[in-house]
Design a protein around this ligand. Structure first.
Ligand code: ACO
Length: 380
């Protein structure tokens, strides 16, 4: 009996449960997202990205002493700075190289400089998790400046991961609202159960490959427009529409044309993604501060029409770009920013996978031929 006859195919592995996990819980009907027992709404209100990384990796909230040591490790210049040879390598890339290509390549290159690269012990993977989480914002910001002919800005150990990213991108002290926005965005994107990129990272880790390799797999999967790449596509749509007065007609036409509308729909949520409301609030606040809320108005009109006509609701990617754009961040940086946060989740899943490993190796439903007769090349 073939593997498929014993197990009916589930296209896209929809609703297939791959393994137990204690990291993240999603209730797709109630629109609830929980990290290690803590509702993400409460974490947004009271926690920080640094604390959330501790929670994801260690499975509990830190004590004051543990938190101080963890923040110190994530903020230290030693962990945040890029090896000079890597910075020199960045300068060799064509300026048109996208930030996501640089992130994928840069993370891969960082393993060559990491003293624990090949060590898959829990302790070494935790050290690498700290370093990668600290280095990725520096990599993203350095390329953003290099490609526009500016010198990279070194990390500031006195700033939070969110504030330091804004600082390294702009070269200016971040405003409290910009810091808060990035911190909330980082908390909201940190983990999401067995999404495509996390699954890719776990598949890689399950071959007993290392954290850098797993994160590169995750970045590759995140890049696509059906996953993390959707936030860029949303903003390109908003730029096309431009005027809130034109949004209703535009979106109705797109639906009539059977277009896939980025920022809507989800494999798990049957209601609005619980992360969307936080990003919408911040996008509105930043828009007001920057003098235009047109992007959020356009997205709200789209949300009203798409939910009424298609029963599809906003996902995490709908409003995040509007918030980042109000801070002057280019559209092609949105997905790398997503990755800067999701690395926390990827690392938590690699730790869990390595802690109780089994190779992930599914079967295909083979639909090809089986008894072809080989004809020598000269006779074909
Ligand atoms: N726009 C228009 N129609 C949609 C959309 C959408 N955004 N999402 C789903 N549909 C429709 C499909 O056309 C399909 O209709 P049909 O049955 O008449 O053919 C039906 O809803 C089911 O869609 P699938 O693609 O089969 O559902 P799936 O669970 O595979 O898709 C996905 C989930 C990929 C997220 C989808 O909703 C989508 O493409 N959304 C837009 C891209 C996006 O925003 N991705 C980010 C998701 S969040 C994240 O990854 C961080």
């Amino acid at each position: 009996m073939s593997a498929a006859a014993a197990n009916p195919t589930k296209p896209g592995l929809e609703d297939v449960v791959v393994s137990p996990s204690e990291i993240c819980f999603i209730d797709g009907h109630k629109g609830r997202l929980v990290y290690r027992g803590f509702d993400v709404d409460g974490l947004v209100a009271q926690s920080t990205f640094e604390e959330v990384t501790y929670l994801l990796w260690y499975g509990r909230l830190p004590t004051r002493k543990e938190m101080d040591a963890h923040v110190k490790a994530l903020s230290s210049t030693a962990n945040r700075k890029l090896p000079p040879k890597l910075l020199a390598m960045l300068r060799l890339f064509p300026k048109k190289t996208t930030p996501m290509e640089i992130l994928r390549t840069g993370v891969s290159a960082l393993s060559a400089f990491d003293p624990d690269a090949e060590d898959n012990s829990r302790e070494a993977t935790l050290r690498k998790s700290i370093r990668l989480t600290a280095q990725m914002p520096t990599l993203v910001a350095a390329w953003d400046r290099i490609r526009s002919g500016k010198a990279p800005v070194g990390p500031n150990p006195r700033l939070s991961l969110a504030g330091n990213f804004v600082y390294m991108m702009s070269g200016r002290k971040p405003t409290p609202l910009a810091t808060k926005t990035f911190d909330v965005a980082l908390i909201l994107h940190a983990d999401h159960e067995f999404n495509a990129s996390t699954f890719a990272a776990r598949v890689t880790a399950a071959t007993l490959s290392d954290l850098h390799a797993a994160v590169v797999s995750g970045i590759g999967a995140l890049k696509g427009p059906l996953h993390g790449g959707a936030n860029e596509q949303v903003m390109l749509m908003v730029e096309k529409i431009k005027d809130p007065g034109k949004a209703d007609r535009w979106i109705r036409q797109a639906l009539a044309d059977k277009a896939r509308i980025m920022g809507f729909g989800h494999r798990v949520y049957r209601v609005e993604d619980p992360r969307a409301k936080h990003l919408k609030r911040l996008a509105l606040e930043l828009g007001r501060q920057a003098g235009s809320t047109a992007a959020v108005e356009i997205l709200d009109i789209m949300a009203r029409v798409v939910s009424a006509e298609k029963h599809l609701f906003p996902n995490v990617d709908l409003y995040s770009g509007a918030a980042y754009a109000s801070m002057g961040i280019s559209t092609d940086e949105f997905t790398p920013i997503f990755a800067m946060s999701r690395v926390a989740g990827w690392a938590a899943h690699v730790l869990e996978q390595h802690g109780n490993n089994r190779l992930i190796r599914p079967r295909s439903d083979y639909t090809g031929l089986t008894d072809e007769k080989y004809v020598p090349l000269a006779q074909r």
